[in-house]
Design a protein around this ligand. Structure first.
Ligand SMILES: CC(C)(COP(=O)(O)OP(=O)(O)OC[C@H]1O[C@@H](n2cnc3c(N)ncnc32)[C@H](O)[C@@H]1OP(=O)(O)O)[C@@H](O)C(=O)NCCC(=O)NCCS
Length: 137
């Protein structure tokens, strides 16, 4: 567990599904979905990072993987009320540290243009070629 003045970061930290669903809806600007994150994360993730302040969950990132050397950052989320205070950067740093500890060699992420500065400059990713096929419309 990592502590700062008011925020606690935790790898594989406890959460309620409603907390992540709320953060996801707010972060990606969609309706509230009733997803079972406890089930999804326990089956499909290497781990995840939670960030909490006195009011509750303010940050979350999911790390999925191939079971061997590749880990993938998904759903980096910081609540509106807590943005631009360095929380996202630390979420990714904790995810990076634990992916390395798990024996992964590569941490991947993809994102839209406006987040280049966040992922490249703040979080330390470097540009690479990647590809994407949209499977459903
Ligand atoms: C992206 C996100 C997680 C960043 O979280 P955050 O805690 O606000 O980020 P940080 O405070 O750690 O940012 C560190 C630096 O990254 C850059 N940065 C962060 N958010 C940025 C943004 N929206 N646009 C441009 N640069 C950004 C800035 O350089 C920032 O430093 P500064 O505040 O001193 O200028 C947050 O904006 C969010 O939840 N967005 C909605 C969900 C989303 O799009 N997630 C990413 C999916 S790939």
């Amino acid at each position: 567990m990592l502590f700062s003045m008011t925020i606690t970061w935790e790898w594989r930290g406890a959460f309620r599904n409603e907390e992540i669903n709320q953060l996801h809806a707010e972060g990606f600007n969609h309706a509230y979905f009733d997803d079972d994150w406890a089930d999804l994360l326990s089956r499909l993730s290497l781990g995840w990072v939670t960030a909490r302040d006195g009011q509750g969950l303010v940050g979350f990132v999911n790390v999925i993987w191939d079971g061997r050397v590749h880990a993938f950052i998904e759903d980096t989320l910081v609540a509106h009320r807590a943005r631009r205070q360095g929380i996202g950067k630390i979420l990714v740093a904790v995810a990076t540290e634990h992916s390395r500890k798990a024996g992964c060699q590569w941490l991947h992420v993809d994102f839209e243009d406006q987040l280049k500065s966040f992922y490249f400059d703040a979080c330390g990713f470097r540009p690479t070629n990647a590809g994407l096929i949209q499977l459903t419309i």
